[in-house]
Design a protein around this ligand. Structure first.
Ligand SMILES: [Fe+2]
Length: 344
């Protein structure tokens, strides 16, 4: 997703002081359901016809498998993303960029107050390998966890084929900007990106660019609304332009953000069309903090210490603006950078 590949030479932080766990296992397909089970450290993952089951030494947890697969898809595609990916109010991952904490109840005040929380730390590439095997095995033919519910089949039932074409989509990570020579291309009918059903009215004309000779590789422009109208996935902010650590990550949204994203830095939202309602909670405890209704043209900045989940009743366009600096999480944790981008 919105991650730059190079996180620099910053030392990997480990606020909980956890040792790395490197035990993994994949159980053969279950005789009844046909699905494999997966173990990472003391976490075990199993799916049946309707649910994903997670067991830990401190308790077990059940998530509807459609919600679980949509969240797992984002965690995989985004490389554990910035900060925390809460699959729901109980289970999730926190990214330390090279290493990752996987937790049960650790960011839920009710669980921590009762000592029912559990967390283990993994090397990111090792846990990612298990997650990728899980999304591949548990996604059946006809179900696309990236798609809006009205644009995909269902995930229910016993093992029946796969949809690796969908779950192995390559995320867009422009090195400079979409459309520049050698960079990620503009979307067209011809390269497999037709206009989405909800964006049939979006102008598809492209800007005319007249470049002084010698600057052909430096000057470019494209129709961002047209580009987003052709996105085939939802809730997948992708890097479309890069200026040093400033990353523009526009995305199209429909239905519910499949995760509660817990920020480890400030994050700007510009609502480009339609509307999204955001449910904002405290990042550490899950206590409710705010509801933010964004209409087209509205701008908001999510603080660095919250989690947020969006609800988009129609497919809408959202520009997510990230600061990709690897220094930020530690500066904020150490109190050297503020939790908010603007103070009035
Ligand atoms: Fe976010």
């Amino acid at each position: 997703m919105a991650m730059k590949e190079d996180m620099g030479d910053a030392e990997i932080s480990n606020p909980r002081g956890l040792a790395i766990t490197s035990t993994f296992n994949v159980d053969p397909a279950d005789n009844l359901t046909g699905y494999k089970a997966f173990t990472a450290g003391a976490f075990n993952f199993r799916r049946d016809e309707y649910f994903a089951h997670i067991t830990t030494p401190k308790g077990s947890h059940v998530i509807s498998v459609d919600a679980f697969l949509r969240a797992l898809m984002r965690d995989v595609a985004w490389g554990f993303f910035y900060g925390t990916v809460n699959f729901d109010t109980v289970f999730g991952t926190t990214n330390y960029y090279g290493e990752v904490d996987m937790f049960y109840g650790s960011l839920n005040e009710a669980f921590t107050a009762e000592g029912r929380d559990f967390v283990e730390r993994f090397k990111s590439d090792e846990l990612m390998d298990i997650f990728k095997q899980m999304i591949s095995d548990w996604t059946i033919e006809g179900y696309d966890p990236f798609a809006a519910p009205q644009e995909t089949g269902t995930p229910w039932g016993v093992k029946d084929g796969d949809n690796d074409v969908a779950v192995e989509r390559q995320r867009v990570t422009a090195r400079r900007m979409v459309g520049l020579p050698g960079d990620t291309p503009v979307r067209t009918d011809e390269n497999g990106f037709p206009v989405n059903r909800m964006f049939a009215d979006v102008d598809q004309s492209q800007p005319e660019v007249h470049v002084e000779p010698g600057f052909e590789h430096e000057v470019s422009a494209f129709n961002l609304f047209g580009y987003l109208s052709r996105s085939d996935v939802t809730w997948n902010p992708s890097v479309c332009s890069v200026v040093k650590d400033s990353l523009f990550c526009p995305t199209t949204e429909e239905y519910i953000l499949p995760v509660e994203h817990g920020n480890d830095r400030c994050e700007w939202f510009i609502q480009m069309s339609d509307g999204i309602s955001w449910n904002i909670k405290d990042g550490e405890t899950g206590r409710p903090k705010a509801l933010v209704d964004m209409k087209a043209g509205d701008v908001a900045c999510m603080p660095a210490d919250i989690r947020h989940q969006g609800f988009s009743p129609k497919r809408s366009m959202l520009l997510v603006w990230e600061n990709g600096s690897p220094m930020l999480p530690d500066l904020i944790r150490d109190g050297k950078a503020p939790n908010v981008s603007v103070q009035f």
